[in-house]
Write a protein that binds this ligand. Structure first.
Ligand code: AMP
Length: 125
């Protein structure tokens, strides 16, 4: 079910539980600002999610209300993870879904990193 990204943060969402260590994840990276882990239902040979440590519903919430340090830390983490996964030379795709029309399902900001094969043009159906 897509979520309404204008609602307040729900601290019972699944990524909040992962951040608190209440449910496991296949972690690939963690620092003060971000956690990265493999998507449970990968859509490409490499499909990693990067989430900020702070409680932000979406990119909209994060870009409007996070501190400069949080934003810099998170953006740098996405780049660092992508480099560590060896994706720069072959190329990769970033995606952040925001709200109903995008079909965002988890109400904690996450950036998808897709790679590991030619991904083709981005298609809107
Ligand atoms: P979105 O539609 O952008 O909200 O994407 C949510 C993503 O979270 C989907 O790709 C799911 O496969 C993924 N996901 C949901 N639960 C988990 C989990 N426990 N661990 C890893 N990935 C998950």
């Amino acid at each position: 079910m897509p979520i309404d990204a204008t609602l307040p943060y729900d601290d019972q969402n699944i990524f909040a539980k992962i951040l608190r260590g209440e449910i496991p994840c296949k972690k690939v990276f963690e620092d003060d600002w971000a956690l990265a882990f493999h998507d449970i239902n990968p859509q490409a040979p490499t499909h990693v999610l990067v989430i900020p440590k702070g409680a932000y519903v979406s990119w909209d919430d994060f870009s409007a209300t996070a501190s400069d340090a949080e934003i810099a830390g998170f953006v740098r983490a996405v780049g660092q993870v992508s480099r560590a996964l060896g994706l720069v030379e072959p190329g990769y795709r970033l995606l952040a879904n925001i709200g109903m029309d995008s079909h965002q399902e988890v109400p904690h900001l996450h950036v998808h990193i897709f790679g590991g094969k030619p991904l083709g043009p981005m298609l809107m159906r």
